[in-house]
Design a protein around this ligand. Structure first.
Ligand SMILES: Cc1cc2nc3c(=O)[nH]c(=O)nc-3n(C[C@H](O)[C@H](O)[C@H](O)COP(=O)(O)OP(=O)(O)OC[C@H]3O[C@@H](n4cnc5c(N)ncnc54)[C@H](O)[C@@H]3O)c2cc1C
Length: 480
């Protein structure tokens, strides 16, 4: 049997369920394939940072696969609709009898996969859709009543129990090795393109986001060796290098969640819920990622632009284009918000605390629709991931599952004083303010009034106190 392995957001050879299963079953070789769908990607708001990072990882993957005699083919078709026929043709040309892939849980991706499966089965080929993206398939962990979890903490408890029930010593059930060399099929790999039409090749930061699974493993190792124990205490401070910065690698599957959890647990005497506070908290964050995949699957409306809490569909958001542009460009006059947005625009990444502050500012202070912010983030983030992005935005807008209550609204100045007390992070991204001291820098229009004319900085575009009252009133009014 010869297998076709379809790579999607699992761009690695180690601990890749579909690749491992195909490799052990196929005695006549394995072919890899990746599908590039530029129009569909644009419709899904993918941006150039993500696409260019993806291409670089694809090149690394292609080389690793070639070293074990697995050629990586590249198929380009504008939209998902073209994928079934394109893969069917490839399978025929390369004489593959079976298709293996790891499931994706977004609605359009699931529909695409169903169509591919139907075409392959019709042609008499076997299809093996496998689970790989999270530790447990979405929906496998259920409430006592058999329902889907909609609150994080009980899901986390259930996740921990299920994780502990995986028998000790069966490391291979958790992390799989890369396959050894496969029989040579004589099929040649395709060249991975340098760019994808419609995505600016210049929007790339290889200096910050090196590609490849070896690099992702080094990044994980460096975090665990030097920073994980302090993670709980330092993770909220954007000026401190305290988090793993593995999100772009997890989003494209350059590293697996199992590799992350296993490495953290190994550094904590095998424990996931006691011992190092940092390790326990970091694993909890990985479970948040899994929680949002679970929500995406159980409540598909969230991946189709709807609020998780339906009553919030009745909110009439403002529609001020100038305010939106100012937020996007980091010109709001709130230094912490501006520093956050400039970090996103320059690096393709934003610290989690800042994502919450920037999202709260857009939805509560500017009272603009969370979907606009969600789209902008999706388009700019190198780690863009529908589940986590939608989850984070709906949390901030109070429209989501287990979200920030609508009446608890971040004060951007207070957040700034608390989480960037010296103002170092602000100075890095808002150089106009670098001459201010650590008191002035959080609210220059009030505290450095005498210097303001010389600063080349902006007055705040909104009065936080008034905006807060208005948001609470408006959000309260739609409650059942
Ligand atoms: C408005 C908003 C939008 C977001 N959009 C995305 C997104 O598109 N892609 C994305 O991967 N994350 C998103 N997040 C979650 C979080 O901000 C990032 O995962 C985190 O900042 C990545 O940094 P890190 O890798 O250093 O994380 P670490 O703190 O080292 O955490 C380890 C991993 O756990 C996961 N994780 C951590 N925090 C969260 C969280 N709150 N929700 C879900 N998973 C989490 C990530 O995979 C992360 O890489 C968003 C959060 C908010 C509030």
């Amino acid at each position: 049997m010869r297998a076709l392995v379809w790579f999607r957001c699992d761009l690695r050879t180690r601990d890749n369920t579909a690749l491992a299963e195909a490799s052990s079953a196929a005695d006549d070789g394995v072919i890899g394939v990746f599908t590039i769908c530029p129009d569909q990607w644009r419709e899904h708001d993918w941006g150039a940072m993500k696409v260019n990072f993806l291409l670089r990882n694809l090149r690394e993957l292609s080389e690793s696969l070639a070293s074990i005699n697995i050629p990586l083919k590249i198929v380009t078709t504008p939209r998902f609709a073209g994928v079934p026929d394109a893969l069917d043709t490839l399978a025929r040309e390369c004489e593959c009898d079976a298709l293996y892939f790891n499931r994706e849980y977004e609605v359009n991706e699931q529909r695409r996969d169903e169509r591919v499966e139907a075409v392959f089965r019709k042609a008499g080929r076997k299809v093996y859709p496998l689970h790989d993206k999270t530790h447990f398939p979405p929906g496998e962990l259920r409430t006592q009543q058999g329902g889907w979890y909609t609150v994080f903490s009980p899901l986390k408890r259930s996740w921990r129990e299920a994780f502990k029930a995986i028998p000790e010593g069966e490391g291979c059930k958790r992390v799989r090795r890369a396959p050894s060399a496969r029989p040579d099929t004589g099929v040649k790999p395709d060249k991975v393109p340098e760019k994808v039409e419609g995505f600016d090749p210049e929007a790339d930061r290889p200096d910050l986001w090196k590609a490849g699974e070896d690099h992702a493993r080094d990044r994980l190792r460096a975090f665990i060796d030097a920073r994980i124990d302090d993670y709980k205490d330092k993770r909220d401070f954007p000026g401190v290098n305290a988090t793993s910065t593995l999100s772009p690698y997890l989003a494209l599957g350059v590293i697996s969640p199992r590799q992350c959890v296993e490495a953290a647990r190994a550094a904590n005497n095998g424990q996931i819920d006691s011992g190092s506070k940092g390790v326990v908290h970091w694993i909890d964050e990985l479970v948040w990622r899994e929680f949002y995949q679970h929500i995406l699957t159980g409540f598909p409306r969230v991946s189709m632009g709807s609020a998780f809490k339906r009553e919030y569909e009745r909110v009439t958001w403002d529609d001020d284009e100038e305010m939106f542009e100012a937020w996007k460009e980091g010109r709001t006059g709130f230094p912490i918000v501006d520093a956050a947005m400039r970090q996103l625009n320059q690096t393709g990444w934003m610290h989690n605390r800042l994502r919450m502050i920037a999202a709260s500012f857009l939805t509560k202070d500017l009272f603009l629709d969370w979907r606009r912010g969600e789209r902008y983030f999706m388009n700019r983030l190198v780690d863009a991931d529908l589940g986590s992005n939608n989850g984070g935005w709906q949390w901030s807008a109070s429209t989501g599952t287990d979200a920030q209550p609508y009446f608890r609204i971040f004060n951007p100045t207070a957040q700034s004083e608390r989480f960037d007390p010296e103002g170092d992070f602000i100075r890095r991204f808002v150089p106009e303010l670098k001459g201010l001291d650590c008191k002035q820098i959080h609210a220059p229009h009030e505290r450095a009034r005498h210097l303001f004319a010389k600063l080349d900085y902006l007055e705040p575009i909104v009065d936080h106190k008034k905006a807060r009252e208005r948001a609470i009133k408006a959000l309260e009014s739609v409650k059942p």
